[in-house]
Design a binder for this molecule. Sequence first.
Ligand SMILES: [Cu+2]
Length: 242
Amino acid sequence: MKRHLLYAGLLWIILTAIGEYAAFNAKFFTAGAAAEAVIVDDAFRLLMLLGTPVFTFVLAGLVYSVLAFRARSESIEDGPPIRSSRTVTWLWLVITSGLAIFIFFNPGVKGLNELNANPNADLVVQVQARKWAWKLTYPEYNVTIEDASELVLPVNRRVKFEITSADVIHAFWVPAFRMKIDAMPGQTNVLYITPNQLSASSQNDFNLRVQCAELCGTGHARMRAQVRVVEQSEFEAWLAGQ
Ligand SMILES: [Cu+2]
């Protein structure tokens, strides 16, 4: 028994080392383009780091048991019954509950607070989704764009998006900003985003575009608008031209 625990434990440590190395170093996504993206990416990485030892614990137990306790050809009898261990049960309960409670507060409550607590914004953009287009309004500038082909934003300004829908449930999503929220009829959902990188001049970046992320009918996949992040002066010039 001691020997089995030792081997399974070693397997757990090795798998955990490999998993943590990957979780630390893997590039899960392409580069973010908003201040909020850092918070989301850090949260994702923390969850990977915390989840890896739990995953490899189960994997090590499973893989080791399959190899060490497999039926030998000369025996088709059941193995000896497994008795539960109170210690193991309690340890499992306490450790995994502790982890769940920890991530509820960090990155859960802490991260949401960082994203949403500050109600100040430099710019408001109202977004109305419908089948199958985005209508964008800059209320402070009296500019409305029906069927927007692009969303133009000033760099390093905190933008408050007020998102709703004219018909069914859609979802506002910009991958490079890491932010996504449902667009629902009769309700306004709010997202704060601070783009912190100018868009490259080459367009058609599928990471940097508004994409509907809630299946809403035949035009769903085409329901998108390129995001263009520009300097404040260029932004104002663009507004004036609308
Ligand atoms: Cu949609």
